[in-house]
Each structure stands twice: as C-alpha cells, then as structure tokens.
Write a protein that binds this ligand. Structure first.
Ligand SMILES: Cc1ncc(COP(=O)(O)O)c(C=O)c1O
Length: 373
C-alpha cells in the first residue's frame, strides 16, 4: 500500500486551527491572523473591471502580469530604497507560497534553516517539507531576534536563516542595527536570509528596515504580500523578490506547483499597491490605538508583556493554565507553544478586533488572572 512521504509525516496541522475548532460559536476571537478591515474599494473594483473586460480568463505569465510586477518594483523603490527589475519578482499565492518557493528552491535535504522561536509556524514546517532541519533560536527578552544568536546557530550545513520583522507572533520590530547585522551575516557567511516582511506597513515606533537594503551580496530573498498590508488575505496574493538567478530557481517550483497566481487577485493587488495608501495608514493607526489599550490593561493586571512595536499581536508571559482558562471563558487566543518550544508560558493575542471587543475580552483576562493568583 502507498504510505506517506517522510517529509509530510514530519509536519502536522498547525496548533492555531485546533484552538479555533475547540471554541464556541459566540466566542470573542483574538486568535485571528488577519486585519478586521475590508480590502480597499479600488482594489476590489480593479479585479471586477479586469474580470468584466475578459482579462482574467487565461493564465498570466508564470511570474505574473507585468503591471503588477512593475507596481511591486515601485513599492520596493518607494519604501525600501531598493532598485528592483520587475523581472526579478514572482507573484505568488500569498506570502505562504512565497515562503515555500524560497525554502524549496534553496534548502537541500539535510540542510538547516535557522528560525526564530517563537516564530511563524510555516518556517519550521516548510523546512521539513523540503527535507531540511529547522534550527530554532530563542528570542531576546524583548522578543526580538538577536543577530549574534543567529550567527552562533549557523553551521556548515545552514542553508538559510529567517528574519520576520514586524513579527508574528510577537509584534516585535527589529532595529536598523539588527537588520544591518542580518545583512552582514548573509554576506559574510554566504548564507541565504529569507526576510518575511508581510507586516511591513504596521510599525508604530521607528521604521521598517529590510536586510535587502543593506546586503552587498544577493543573499536576501524578500517575501511580502498584499494579505496583511491591504487586508486581502482571501485574495491570495504575495510575492518574492530576489536576484535573477534565485528568481529563476524559485520560478521552477512556482511554474510546476502553481503555474501563476490568480489573475483577478493580481489586478486587485496592482491597484492596491499603486492607489492611495490611506487605507493602510488607517489600519496602522487603529492597531496602534488598540495596542495601547491592550498593553495598559495587561500591565495593570500584573502581566509582563514586551511592548510590541508592530504587526497586530502581543505576547504576554502568562501563568500556567491562563490560556486554557481564558479560552474556556469564551475568548480565543493562541498558546505561545504553538509557535515553538520557547513560546511556552506566553499567549499570542491578536488585536485585529475593535476596541470595545478588546475591552470585553480584557475583562475576562483580568478575572482569569485574579483567579489564578
Ligand atoms: C509572518 C507571516 N508570514 C507569512 C504569512 C502568510 O501570509 P499569506 O496570507 O499572505 O499567505 C503569515 C500569515 O499569517 C504570517 O503571519
């Protein structure tokens, strides 16, 4: 009988889904990894117009329509100070496929990928699916990733390290000095840096920095997406940006696994990138206001919580049984252990929910915290 591949048997369904499935229908959901805003109207309309004009019925080029890749190149120029040839971009089915391409194309069987712990669930899983070995690196006290710790974890077998700023599940934002150090590590060790920048616009204090801006070699692959930046998770549109030789290798995987990203989504993302950015700014302002509400309340309860400077997550340190008790009382959040061994003892709280909902949930967290003391 046909059994399953050892690569697929090495991964399991994400712990995040399990939490959702266990929760009641009227629970308050602070477990979600997507903004609670509609997509920009002009992005939706661009897809409608392209569909009605009959422009979305056929495959696009494997890399995606030229206009979208030009809009992505302009975005890199505008926001990251990087000059990118639109030919060096592949439009993908979300940031998820972009991560898959980066890892599949660069990690050989048995090679290692250094990943943040706690970190986004896909990094370790995609490494295993590629036949590689994740090397989790614990975070600093403030939940940022230390370049020194990454450098120490690199061995002769390391194919890549992953940087994610702003980060899921921590909300941590790496400083410019850290990002410069990651670029130097990629150059000096001749190891690939996969930079996951899907939360790029949501930085509250300071600025977003990309290692690609600072690297001298072509050892950085940037992963980004319309998903969070424009609240378009359902559209499934992301991209990878890298040097020509790396794009050519990633295109081999993309061509056979995907052919091309969904055509309507490509038109929508092009409009989102080229159109007014005030929708994204509004989301950032809302997230910052909620971050402050959440942080004040958690600190007032006596919980220790490193200040998240971006994305829309906070990761307080919580007593034993806290996450389970909060979920039992109808507020969904994700146990930190779902994001790696060093996530244990933390909870990931997503504040992609309105302030009133957040306050209601915080009241329940306060009761639970009091009960456990
Ligand atoms: C850090 C990070 N990278 C990538 C992704 C994948 O995003 P997408 O919906 O674009 O596939 C997510 C989704 O939650 C994420 O949190």
């Amino acid at each position: 009988m046909t059994e399953f591949s050892s690569r697929v048997e090495a991964v399991s369904i994400s712990g995040i889904r399990e939490v959702f499935e266990a929760a009641g229908a009227d629970a308050i959901n602070l477990g979600l990894g997507q903004p609670d805003f509609p997509a920009p109207e002009h992005a939706r309309q661009a897809a409608v117009d392209a569909i009605e004009a009959g422009e979305t019925d056929a495959y696009t080029s494997n890399k995606g329509i030229r206009e979208l890749r030009e809009a992505i190149a302009e975005k890199h120029d505008r926001d990251n100070d990087i000059s990118v040839d639109p030919a060096d971009v592949i439009a993908t089915a979300g940031g998820s496929e972009a991560l898959h391409l980066a890892i599949e194309a660069h990690v050989a069987v048995g090679e290692e990928v250094v990943i943040p712990d706690p970190g986004f669930v896909s990094y370790g899983a995609l490494t295993r699916v590629a036949g590689g070995e994740p090397t989790p690196v614990p975070l600093r006290e403030d939940l940022t990733l230390s370049p020194a710790a990454v450098e120490e974890a690199i061995t002769d077998d390391t194919a890549a390290f992953v940087v994610n700023s702003p980060a899921n599940p921590t909300g941590a934002v790496q400083s410019e000095a850290d990002v410069r150090a990651f670029a130097r590590i990629a150059d000096d060790h001749d190891v690939l840096c996969v930079s996951d920048e899907v939360y790029e616009p949501f930085v509250f204090d300071g600025e977003h920095h990309s290692p690609m801006t600072y690297a001298d070699s072509d050892n950085v692959v940037v992963v980004n997406a319309a998903s969070k930046a424009y609240s378009m998770t359902g559209w499934r549109l992301g991209w990878v940006t890298a040097s020509t030789r790396r794009i050519e290798r990633m295109l081999r995987v993309h061509q056979y696994a995907q052919a091309c990203a969904s055509a309507p989504a490509q038109y929508a993302a092009e409009a989102a990138l080229e159109g007014p950015q005030d929708h994204t700014v509004e989301m950032r302002e809302a997230f910052e206001e909620r971050r402050d509400v959440l942080l004040d309340a958690l600190e007032d309860m006596g919980l220790e919580v490193p200040t998240p400077r971006g994305a829309f997550y906070a990761m307080p340190r919580v007593p034993d049984g806290w996450v389970e008790a909060v979920i039992d009382r109808g507020v969904i959040l994700v146990p930190g252990a779902a994001f790696g061994e060093h996530g244990a003892g933390h909870a990931r709280i997503s504040y992609a929910a309105g302030v009133e909902t957040l306050k209601e949930a915080l009241e329940i967290m306060r009761q639970v915290t009091n009960d456990l003391q």
